[in-house]
Design a protein around this ligand. Structure first.
Ligand code: 5GP
Ligand code: ZN
Length: 113
């Protein structure tokens, strides 16, 4: 755990979040500043700065599986949703602990801004 990392502190429950799911690998919680009617994040429990540092197919898979499972539980499987991994500056990443955004409840636009 990186003590100066916001999402490590959410993972350890030092900082509260509205958790939607968790298992041995990942935690899903609602984004504090939602950009869609449903907007949650999925993070690995272990500190990984961004997609660039992912070296485990299992971790990458667990992240995506939880994204889909919670999207389904939130009722978005049929209507659809978007999964986003902002990576580094040009990707718009602001928190340097890997996270998948899952957004739904409205139609998304393409291309993204
Ligand atoms: P990024 O910009 O790195 O792709 O996404 C970071 C996300 O974390 C943003 O959507 C932001 O709203 C969310 N966020 C930042 N601080 C907190 C927090 O303390 N709690 C929760 N639940 N989300 C946060
Ligand atoms: Zn971290």
């Amino acid at each position: 755990m990186a003590t100066d990392c916001l999402f490590c502190r959410i993972a350890s429950a030092e900082i509260p979040a509205e958790r939607l799911a968790e298992n041995a690998h990942c935690i899903a919680f609602r984004d504090i500043n939602p950009q869609a009617p449903t907007h949650f994040l999925v993070i690995p429990r272990e500190h990984v700065a961004s997609l660039n540092q992912v070296d485990s197919a299992q971790l990458a898979g667990e992240l995506l599986l939880m994204a889909a499972a919670v999207a389904k539980a939130e009722g978005m499987a049929e209507s659809g949703y978007r999964v986003v991994l902002n990576t580094n500056a040009d990707g718009g990443q602001t928190v340097y602990h890997l996270h998948a955004h899952v957004l739904g409840g409205r139609a998304m636009h393409w291309p993204p801004g």
